[in-house]
Design a protein around this ligand. Structure first.
Ligand code: SAH
Length: 223
């Protein structure tokens, strides 16, 4: 993915990035394509300049509006799950945030559709993605709980925010054999769930992967 344009690499040297990749490997991330996409994504461009020196730590960081850029481990884990049945053609992401996970996904998936409910964050994400030369992403300001019906069905739907229960609208927008990757549950008790649609049937199997901490999936949009 050398086509990603890079800027201001100084403090965010290749060595710092390699340390993050080693850590992700230690934490159990095995998919080489995922590790490569993370290695090639300049996370320091997605956070405020004041936090750029921490961009390659394996931690969530604030991005304003009470939201966070996701921890690299969880981005890697969800992306690895998203690729577990081969390369998805169409993927819907809920919660664009600053666009970091979007950028990782866009390197591995043919087309990414991404929905965010906070307009200033979405504007920043669109700028960030353009700046690093990513062009296979379409974004919109909307409540992602409703999915994005016009652009579906999707092979994978991946949510970066946690509802208390799986929204049925999202299941309806899964393609045959599609999968929904979503943190579910009240704050402090969330688990990463993977819901598999069983072939063409409107039947689903849910797998609970691991405990996680995400911001809540909220309703409506904020301009
Ligand atoms: N993927 C982002 C993570 C952002 S945090 C990254 O890599 O930085 C989760 C995001 O989900 C926040 O930006 C929040 O505003 C958004 N969000 C919460 N509820 C939402 C909803 N109903 N629809 C769309 N986005 C939502």
């Amino acid at each position: 993915m050398n086509q990603l344009k890079q800027r201001g690499i100084g403090m965010t040297s290749q060595r710092t990035r390699e340390r993050l990749i080693s850590r992700l490997r230690e934490e159990g991330i095995e998919n080489q394509d995922v590790l490569e996409a993370i290695r090639n994504t300049p996370r320091h461009l997605f956070v405020d300049e004041a936090l750029a020196h921490r961009a390659y730590e394996d931690t969530a960081l604030p991005i304003g509006y009470s939201q966070t850029i996701s921890q690299p481990y969880i981005v890697a884990r969800m992306t690895e799950i998203a690729l577990s049945q081969g390369k998805p053609d169409r993927l819907l992401e809920i919660g664009t945030g600053c666009g970091y996970q979007t950028a990782v996904l866009a390197q591995l998936v043919s087309r990414v559709f991404s929905v965010e409910r906070i307009e200033p964050l979405l504007d920043r994400a669109i700028e960030n993605l353009a700046q690093i030369g990513i062009s296979n992403v379409v974004c919109k300001l909307a409540d992602g709980k409703m999915g994005w019906e016009d652009r579906g069905p999707f092979n994978v739907i991946l949510s970066a925010a946690a509802p208390e229960k799986v929204p049925p609208e999202l299941l309806d927008q899964l393609a045959p054999d599609g999968m929904l990757i979503i943190p579910v549950g009240p704050e402090g008790k969330q688990v990463l769930a993977v819901v598999h649609r069983q072939g063409e049937a409107k039947e689903y199997k849910t797998y609970e992967m691991e405990p996680v901490r995400f911001v809540p999936l909220l309703s409506g949009v904020t301009r």
